[in-house]
Design a protein around this ligand. Sequence first.
Ligand code: EPU
Length: 422
Amino acid sequence: MDQIIVRGGNTLRGEVEVSGAKNAALPILASALLADGEAIFRNVPDLVDVATMLKVLNVMGCEAERLTGKNKHVCRIKVGPGPINPEAPYDLVKTMRASVLVLGPLAARFGRARVSLPGGCAIGARPIDQHLKGLRALGADIVLEEGYVEARCKRLRGATFAFDMITVTGTENVMMAAVLAKGRTVLENCAREPEIEELAKVLNKMGARISGAGTGVITIDGVDSLKPVDHAILPDRIEAGTLLAAAAITGGDVLVKHAVPEHLDAVIQKLREAGCEVRAENGGIRCRGPKQLNAVDIQTREHPGFPTDMQAQLMVMMTVAKGTSVISENIFENRFMHVPELNRMGADIKVQAHTAVVKGVERLSGAPVMATDLRASASLILAGLRAEGRTVVSRVYHLDRGYERLERKLRSLGADIRRVKA
Ligand code: EPU
């Protein structure tokens, strides 16, 4: 298993390009199931989670592959003319809960879906009750059997449905189901993430009739069939935010190319409050870190609030800030697993329920640490960039699920970081 070794103390400077967004690529790859023929997706990040989604599509009988060489960020998905077996098996779903995103497209297109129920996950229980409730509202008959969700339906029917809580993949799943339903669907209390707008953009290119994506109410007029498309995925706002945080915590000066400022409003605001100079520049975002960061309070919220996927990275900045910051995690119930590891590096963080109180310290010191989930692993690397001495991050497979060679990008900015086989 790989480890990442960081020697802290270098100031990051230069320019770096952000990759395509993981959380847009996953639903968009699943959406290919909605049409026969060959779809081409570009700017698809080369990540373990994307490889898992391609496997899910392959086991169902699609031809799903990543091209090679200079086309390695292109994925090709061909649906038909061979039969599709609308089943996502436990072995794959257990490694990536976003596999459940095939449920909506399969039910809509084939009138049948059998998808393993994802289990709990490191950051929280993460049930999918809202996905199922939404599909039922559209007329799907859903039973849970032997650890699988089985959906059966004739053609789905448009309906008005309000989510009980805001869910990103839930909104995506039900939106994908509704595009082929008969009549109009109105979805209320929807998630408003840029990745949802991006998915709607792709579906509309395929011939769907969706309006309101990116707002709380999405209206979908069902169509009879869709056609495959060629589409380039938008840049990853969380990877961009992580690179901005790397500049901030090392007192560096980094331009993150292709990052979209409007997708990162809440993060940029907190970086500025912490003393960073952040500005839109040349189709990207530049961040200059101060000598001494200020403590800021953070509350994670659904978009456009501060993203839970940036909580761990901002917390690391706060470990060396002047003063005390209070960080509340309101989306997932167990997303502070990086805290004990950061404390082993000399941070002073106390957690009570869903709130962490971070007292800034003078210095962090390098240590062997263990990654527990995707964003936690990024936060440990950020801590390593700032710490004195050597930090060895194990269980790097978490990082590889969602960051395309983060260590290379950081090295290109001047970090002393390398990957080794343990
Ligand atoms: N929830 C339910 N019932 C449901 C659905 C969600 O109770 O049917 C709860 C969850 O347990 C959670 C909250 O609602 O407490 C929000 O979960 P949501 O469904 O929005 O999360 P998700 O769709 O499973 C996506 C991202 C996550 C990101 C969250 C929140 C993808 C593939 N994943 O997950 O990304 O943290 O939204 O923004 O889009 C990551 O990239 O590191 C990551 C975890």
